[in-house]
Design a binder for this molecule. Structure first.
Ligand SMILES: Cn1cc(C(=O)NCCN)ccc1=O
Length: 117
């Protein structure tokens, strides 16, 4: 049938979930490598290797300026943070381990939030 706009309460729920999830990611002990964009001037190779940089402050800015249509688009950006981290860092490194910890935390939390509905 014709593409119907999503009922607003679903959008409201998605937006609430994004706000909850992002706040918890930002507050996590292992969030420090991901809070702000990687400084491509001081991190050799990053600009060349990572085609689509992403970080929690950029996600925060996009969320606050209505740039996420739905929960899926938000989850894609969060996963981009962790995929970039895996690409650029050894698993057995401070930042590599932080990325794995944060991804595990995120997967668990959005599954819990979705199940609560
Ligand atoms: C996620 N990530 C962060 C850094 C970094 O140096 N962040 C500044 C922490 N104060 C370097 C590589 C990388 O993939």
């Amino acid at each position: 049938c014709a593409k119907m706009p999503k009922p607003s309460q679903d959008n409201d729920r998605d937006l609430t979930f994004c706000r909850i999830l992002l706040a918890e990611l930002e507050d996590h002990h292992d969030a420090w490598p991901f809070l702000n964009p990687v400084n491509i001037k001081t991190v050799p190779g990053y600009r060349k290797v990572i085609k689509k940089p992403m970080d929690f402050s950029t996600i925060r800015e996009k969320l606050c300026s209505c740039q996420y249509q739905n929960l899926e688009m938000f989850i894609i950006d969060v996963n981009l943070v962790f995929d970039n981290c895996e690409k650029f860092n050894e698993d057995n490194s401070e930042i590599g381990r932080a990325g794995h910890n944060m991804r595990k935390f995120f997967e668990r939390r959005w599954t819990e939030l979705l199940k609560s509905n």
